[in-house]
Design a protein around this ligand. Structure first.
Ligand SMILES: Nc1ncnc2c1ncn2[C@@H]1O[C@H](COP(=O)(O)OP(=O)(O)OP(=O)(O)O)[C@@H](O)[C@H]1O
Ligand SMILES: [Mg+2]
Length: 347
């Protein structure tokens, strides 16, 4: 499928009748459209909860999940409902999810909306016939390739802002050489880091700065900020470790580590082993990820961490386990990405 479709590839639209229910439209129109647009089943969720809303479809590919806001939300109505009366609803959903685009459809009409800083603008309002004749434009706006391009552009601009922020802050503190940020950046290309095994120094001469971005509220950007700060610091030549202690594993998946396939099924270890097995050392659970000059070491999480809370709180000295395992490491900065809540230690 090239995406620049013709009337034949959109023939599923003929299955719609004025009696088609909302779920008919979802199954017979929206899901086939998402496939044509290049999204796999893992790239979208139906009946997705986001902030305080439940969205018919949330299109948010894994590659961008922890780094960008959603690209597209879709609100579906039954064929006999006028979509005009649901415009307020999708406007609301777009504002709450801060998605870039919104698609409102009853199978006969397709309204595409753009979210400009909370102001929702209609881009077009197509009938089925117009959708077929203008499908090239529809495809280019909504396809996965465009979604990834937009997401990566947003990420790049966030990284630039973080980089500028750290540079300016470091200039202000130049006399103290804030965290040694202005020391010469080592040439990462001089030896192949990707094959180098992570090492932990045994002497006590070096201390890393351990940072946790915390807010007792979910979904406010803790993981995103953590990844961006870590990436920016590595660009400044610092050695950075990220430790994911959130059972949702958003940081791990956001950095391309699948806790099931890359860790569990590969017979490797994760944060749960580090916390519960006295013999497991930091270097046993480190994964190295590299993108051009950004190199990050990651301790991934796993969903089983959520079932271990009571066991961990009963363990003697459990709150010191991680601190002990992080002792004498080789990193300049260690970022710990927390869950959206703190465990209740009074129980
Ligand atoms: N500055 C930003 N600009 C745009 N989107 C953002 C920004 N920060 C975060 N997001 C998006 O908001 C959503 C939540 O972000 P994130 O996962 O970082 O929050 P969190 O506080 O770590 O959540 P949790 O409490 O569940 O761990 C993600 O989809 C992310 O892509
Ligand atoms: Mg998080």
């Amino acid at each position: 499928m090239t995406g620049l479709s013709n009337s034949r590839s959109l023939s599923f639209l003929e299955a719609i009748t004025p009696q088609s229910s909302e779920s008919d439209i979802e199954l017979k129109v929206v899901i086939p459209l998402l496939k044509i647009l290049g999204y796999s089943d893992a790239d979208w969720r139906s009946q997705a909860r986001f902030a305080k809303t439940k969205l018919d479809f949330l299109v948010h590919p894994n590659e961008l999940f922890t780094t960008c806001l959603p690209y597209l939300v879709i609100e579906v109505k039954a064929a006999n409902k006028r979509i005009d009366s649901a415009v307020w609803q999708i406007n609301n959903y777009m504002r709450q999810s801060r998605a870039t685009l919104g698609l409102l459809t009853n199978g006969y009409t397709f309204r595409l909306l753009y979210n400009h800083q909370g102001q929702i603008i209609t881009i077009f309002n197509y009938s089925q016939a117009e959708l077929i004749s203008q499908f090239g434009l529809f495809y280019k706006t909504l396809c996965k390739e465009t979604c990834l391009k937009v997401g990566n552009a947003v990420l790049q601009s966030q990284n630039n802002i973080n980089f500028q922020f750290l540079t300016y802050t470091a200039k202000i503190f130049a006399s103290e050489d804030m965290f040694g940020l202005f020391k010469k950046k080592p040439d990462l290309n001089s030896n192949s880091q990707s094959t180098k095994q992570p090492t932990v120094v045994t002497s006590n001469q070096k201390k890393s700065m351990i940072i946790t971005v915390f807010n007792n509220k979910g979904g406010v950007g803790k993981t995103t900020l953590t990844i961006n700060l870590a990436a920016t610091l590595t660009q400044l030549g610092k050695k950075v470790l990220l430790v994911d202690i959130d059972a949702q594993a958003n940081l791990s998946t956001g950095l391309g580590i699948d806790p099931l396939n890359d860790v569990e099924l590969a017979g490797r270890k994760d944060i749960t082993h580090l916390l519960t097995e006295p013999k497991t050392k930091l270097e046993d659970v480190i994964y190295q990820k590299r993108w051009n000059d950004i190199e990050l070491d990651v301790v991934p999480s796993h969903i089983r961490l959520s079932r271990m809370e009571s066991r961990l709180t009963q363990m003697v000295d459990s709150d010191r386990v991680l601190a002990k395992k992080l002792r004498n490491n080789e990193y300049d900065f260690v970022f710990i990405d927390p869950p959206p809540w703190l465990p209740d230690r009074s129980r």
